[in-house]
Design a protein. Structure first.
Length: 485
């Protein structure tokens, strides 16, 4: 918690995150609080972005409007799961609205004057500062562990994440302690599931060298298939918010198997794999499968998983690729009458590649022997190459230089379904990915899947999926991790 000098506008700046979808209220709150130079105001006009903005900014105070597309109660629960000490002001229509949660203050916004707002913010921030300075220790909650640490300036934290649940093995823990004991005042180890949290104070040697040596010992002595992420030069004041980041970074073990890496390097190395490149690689793979060229199936999938997704560490891109693979498998299944592929999670991306390669090679081997109409093969590729444009059976037939009625008949005969059904299926699968993994607006998603009329897209989506795109987005939950704008 930063020192608060609101009255004279000097010293540290306190970050205030304000979430409201009512523009006039958001503008009024920002305008009032921006007058104070001791505050840095961050406005969030869409409630779906709250958690991702919170994780990026780590505000000293969160202000929520009670009228949001995502229920504010749900937002508070998610925020407090990340940081139980976070203080939130909820602007309600009635003083007795739901505030049954720790560290939540309810203010009736209709009668809230600028003076009252400043006083509330000033009081909350100063009380938080007093509480923060009243103890000589801090308390952390990580998984089922309640951790108490002395307030010393230098902590180093690292997590050992394995492909499988790490056994509570005293020999492993003793090995870690023995390796670090000579350069550390204290070592605390907390194994939980697939991750072991280690907190070390006063580590004086080069951290990366020390941890790399430890990693090699753990592999050689115990055969532990793992990755290590470490945070060095940690001040005690940042530790309380770190445990949520540890939980998020655990997902990156999928790309880091066998690595020892700083958390700062992960942030620097993460990039966004281009959706267009993923599209092109998987269209190439689909063409190879339909023509029975098994060796080229491997080439395209290795390019996708190892050369594109693994270096980028892009969880959103990985999910997008899985969406495409699922869609392609649906079409191949309808032609071959065989089911091979399903979306699975593996300990590491290399194992997912191995499974995907084996699966789509089976389809390719089948199509080596099974005759498929060249017209249908070209029509399927036409769908996957152009799904994001306004296409129809008419312009597909025109592009392929065949009669529309003939194309419709031969497509149905070979696939058991219609051209438009395959097109709509793929478009809606991709739309579902964008809804659950990005911050794109509905009309932007509509355009990206080939519908220039977002109202038509909304009606079609509701008819096929059984709910509106917005309802699906809310139900799909938090998409902050790896999410895109």
């Amino acid at each position: 918690m930063q020192v608060n000098l609101l009255e004279n506008g000097v010293g540290y700046v306190n970050d205030i995150l304000i979430v409201s979808e009512r523009r006039h209220l958001l503008k009024m709150l920002c305008s009032n609080l921006e007058k104070n130079h001791g505050l840095s105001i961050h406005a969030v006009p869409f409630s779906a972005n709250t958690v991702s903005e919170f994780l990026e900014i780590r505000p000293d105070l969160l202000i929520l409007d009670s009228h949001l597309a995502v229920p504010y109660q749900s937002i508070i629960q998610k925020i407090q799961h990340i940081d139980q000490t976070q203080i939130t002001i909820v602007l309600t229509d009635a003083q007795n609205e739901w505030v049954n949660s720790r560290n939540v203050v309810s203010l009736k916004h209709e009668s809230l004057t600028s003076e009252h707002l400043h006083q509330a913010v000033y009081t909350i921030l100063n009380e938080k500062q007093i509480v923060s300075e009243a103890h000589d220790y801090i308390e952390l909650d990580w998984q089922e562990n309640h951790i108490r640490l002395n307030r010393i300036e230098d902590h180093m934290i690292f997590t050992i994440t394995s492909s499988e649940v790490i056994p509570i093995n005293l020999e492993i823990m003793k090995c870690i302690e023995d390796h670090l004991r000579a350069t550390s005042k204290s070592i605390k180890i907390y194994p939980e599931g697939k991750t072991m949290l280690c907190i070390v104070s006063s580590l004086e040697t080069r951290i990366d060298v020390n941890i790399k040596e430890l990693s090699q010992i753990l592999f050689n002595k115990f055969g532990l298939d793992h990755s290590i992420i470490y945070w060095d030069d940690m001040h005690w004041s940042t530790l309380e918010s770190l445990t949520s980041e540890i939980n998020l970074l655990e997902d990156y073990h999928y790309f880091l198997r066998g690595s020892v890496i700083s958390s700062y390097d992960i942030s620097d190395l993460r990039t966004k794999a281009s959706f267009d490149i993923i599209n092109n690689l998987l269209v190439g793979m689909l063409s190879s499968v339909l023509e029975g060229r098994t060796s080229e199936v491997s080439k395209y999938l290795k390019e996708l998983f190892i050369k594109l997704l693994k270096p980028s560490k892009d969880l959103c891109g990985l999910s997008y690729a899985r969406t495409w693979l699922s869609s392609i498998a649906s079409v191949l299944e309808s032609i071959s009458k065989e089911s091979h592929y399903e979306i699975k999670t593996f300990p590491a991306i290399e194992l997912e590649l191995e499974y995907t390669e084996k699966t789509f090679k089976k389809y390719a081997t089948r199509f080596e022997k099974q005759e498929i109409s060249k017209t249908v093969y070209k029509a399927i590729l036409f769908i996957y190459e152009n799904f994001d444009c306004e296409i129809s059976l008419d312009n597909a037939a025109q592009s392929l230089s065949v009669n529309k009625i003939y194309l419709s008949r031969v497509f149905k005969k070979n696939t058991g379904t219609t051209f438009m059904e395959v097109l709509i299926m793929h478009r809606l699968k991709v739309a579902n990915h964008f809804l659950s993994h990005t911050h794109l607006k509905i009309y932007e998603i509509s355009n990206r899947v080939g519908y220039s009329d977002s109202h038509y897209f909304g009606r079609l989506y509701k008819k096929r999926i059984g709910m509106s795109p917005n309802e699906y987005r809310v139900r799909s939950g938090d998409y902050s991790n790896g999410g895109r704008s």
